[in-house]
Design a protein around this ligand. Sequence first.
Ligand code: RM4
Length: 254
Amino acid sequence: MLLKDKVLLITGASAGIGRAVAIEAARQGADVAINYFDATDAAANDTVSAINATGRRGIAVKGDVAQADSAPAFIEAAVKAFGKVDVFVSNAGICPFHAFLDMPREIFERTMTVNLHGAYFMIQAAAQQMMKQGKGGSIIGVSSISAYVGGEYQTHYTPTKAGILSMMNSVAIALGKHGIRCNAVLPGTIQTDINKEDLSDPKKRAYMEGRVPLGRLGVPEDLAGPVIFLASDMARYVNGAALLVDGGMFVNLQ
Ligand code: RM4
């Protein structure tokens, strides 16, 4: 019970990594508020049902993280439901794969505003609430292996993941004096809806799997443990860290 009686908030949690983290947080004793936007209400409510099945409370709050006002609205809904915020996980992100030379402006701008601007607004709102509470907290930004390396069809995406990593470095300094720890997790290639189409290409999938010393691509549940660790008091002296969760993909040159 690493998060007993804590309140954890997570964005983009109707599926994938966000859903897996939300459910494990509940298993570890937390009440959980999830944000969602592109997914259906049914999908979000299914995640809440899975949270409730652990015996903990869950709520789903729809909001487009790219819209700054969605951040205080999410925090307000969670505090109304559970009375506080102990842990915030900024997870929402998109990756519409597209070539660089003819990248449509709207795809570039949407990716930036969801992945980077959304993370900033949400983390700022969560930190403001934690400051009001005066008891510190833990904030985790979901960056990526793609903060460190590039992708031909991710020229709009990898800068957002590098930006999240850099942001966590800076907010770790800004918030450390208030007992708010800020860290980043860097998933490798995790099989979710975000890359379902990309990995449907057998050659691409075989190449990506071949890059992983552990011999398999990740699944959302592989991220739950590392995120819960950073959220928990086991990581009480961990601040400004970057935790790769990639099966060894990043270090595998030859
Ligand atoms: C990750 C990494 C993966 C890709 C997803 C969409 O950050 O780049 O390889 O499948 O994004």
